[in-house]
Design a protein around this ligand. Structure first.
Ligand code: FE2
Length: 210
């Protein structure tokens, strides 16, 4: 009887690991959900578009706010890495102000914040950039946008992807209309994961083949 129980336990444990592997794979196979471009895609030419948004060439200061690294990997729906993907990203500064002439909010401009970067995925589809956590900003008198980073992602042979990355455990996520209308699985894919005891966030992007 004892050995029967043990065999059943082993069988169930093995089944459990198969199910969890399948669940992970199934979730990963969904491509990164799309989101609106929003009104503030940069239109002012900018010489510097490198992966460190916290410093500007010719300026000695550092962007205000909590400095973070975002690391990720671009993958296809079979989880193969995709190299040489163009990752165009833009965001509000830590006060919630975009570097854009149509952003008329009274939040302060941060002259040391780069606000916009265009980077490529490299070996194994990996990418990394350094930035600050964007501030929330008012959408209208009743609603705020929760902190997010906008992405335009492109590679020949793949469906172009416009999306927004969110931050985990931000209480404003629950009140954000754009975030709330996504399913739980979609929200999970659009939300970066914070590495324990560090300022690093992991954000993987899954692209769909044309
Ligand atoms: Fe935005």
């Amino acid at each position: 009887m004892k050995s029967m129980k043990r065999r059943t336990f082993i069988k169930n444990a093995a089944l459990g690991s198969v199910i969890s592997a399948f669940a992970t794979k199934t979730q990963a196979k969904m491509s990164t959900p799309r989101e609106a471009e929003g009104p503030f895609y940069p239109i002012t030419p900018q010489k510097e578009l490198d992966a460190d948004l916290t410093r500007m060439v010719g300026k000695s200061g550092v962007a205000k706010g909590e400095i973070i690294d975002v690391l990720g990997q671009v993958l296809d729906q079979d989880l193969n890495p995709i190299e040489d993907v163009t990752i165009d990203l833009w965001q509000a500064n830590s006060f919630g102000k975009y570097h854009h002439p149509h952003d008329t909010s009274e939040a302060p401009v941060d002259e040391n914040f780069q606000a916009w970067a265009i980077i490529q995925s490299g070996v194994q589809g990996r990418f990394k950039f350094t930035t600050v956590i964007p501030g929330a900003y008012p959408l209208n008198s009743a609603q705020q946008r929760t902190p997010h980073i906008h992405f335009k992602i492109g590679k020949h042979g793949y469906v172009p992807l416009l999306t927004q990355m969110y931050f985990p455990d931000n209480p404003l996520n629950k009140k954000d209309g754009m975030f709330k209308r996504k399913s739980a699985d979609e929200q999970a894919m659009m939300t970066a994961k914070r590495s324990a005891n560090s300022n690093q966030y992991q954000y993987d992007i899954i692209m769909e083949k044309l």
